[in-house]
Design a protein around this ligand. Structure first.
Ligand SMILES: [Zn+2]
Length: 227
């Protein structure tokens, strides 16, 4: 069950278009998975449209409200299946790793073609970089059962969306769909004991800073660890 959502201010800024590209992708992907936040975004979009176009316009036709509600509440477009729709660029609807297939939320399907190869890291972790162009690098990260990331804090911000499975980090327990925002005020050590492991999508704007034990020796290489 989803328990961690973006804050209301983040959703409002998302609708206003005032978030960074990478943060917007994560919030859009969370809304693909979360009915609650999708309804908030739909309602905020309607409010802002009313503000932008003025109440005169909004009330010009008796059926405008109903029409707008229909537009903003349209169901998500069906996921693209190969050969189903002509003239649409093919997008991958799932990621494959180690014989497992993970279905991606619609927003992230557009990025699947920009995803590099999986690399095995220490601690039963796998990482596949996603090229966001001039907006930096995001990563799909898969933690197999028993996998962990050494305890660390963040020089900048870390946005994480749980795509499949569960993990915990000493601060909280997270489930599929959870949206996690952490910064330099948070120290955590992600790990999973979930049988199916855990796949997340993560965006960092600065390298991690490892805080405990031998992992501190990783700091000079942290730019390589989670680029
Ligand atoms: Zn939500």
């Amino acid at each position: 069950m989803i328990r961690c959502h973006p804050r209301l201010e983040q959703l409002v800024k998302f609708v206003e278009g005032n978030l960074s590209y990478s943060e917007s992708i994560l919030i859009a992907a969370h809304c693909d998975m979360c009915d609650h936040c999708r309804r908030v975004v739909d309602s905020e979009t309607a409010d802002q449209a009313e503000t932008a176009f003025g109440t005169d316009v909004v009330q010009a036709g008796p059926d405008f409200d109903a029409m707008f509600a229909r537009i903003t509440q349209l169901p998500a477009a069906p996921a693209f299946e190969s050969g189903e729709v002509l003239f649409k660029p093919p997008s991958k609807t799932s990621l494959e790793l180690d014989g497992k297939s993970f279905r991606l939320p619609r927003t992230l399907q557009n990025l699947a073609g920009k995803t590099g190869n999986w690399t095995s890291l220490v601690g039963r972790l796998w990482q596949a970089p996603v090229d966001l162009g001039c907006h930096g690098v995001a990563n799909f990260i898969y933690m197999a059962k028993g996998g962990s990331v050494p305890e660390h804090t963040h020089r900048g911000t870390e946005f994480t969306l749980v795509l499949d499975g569960k993990f915990s980090d000493g601060l909280n327990d997270y489930d599929t769909g959870d949206f996690i925002y952490l910064d330099s005020e948070h120290t955590h050590a992600p790990k999973t004991e979930f049988a199916e492991g855990c796949l997340v999508f993560s965006v960092l704007d600065q390298p991690l800073h490892f805080t405990s034990g031998l992992a501190r020796l990783l700091n000079p290489f942290s730019h390589l660890f989670f680029r």
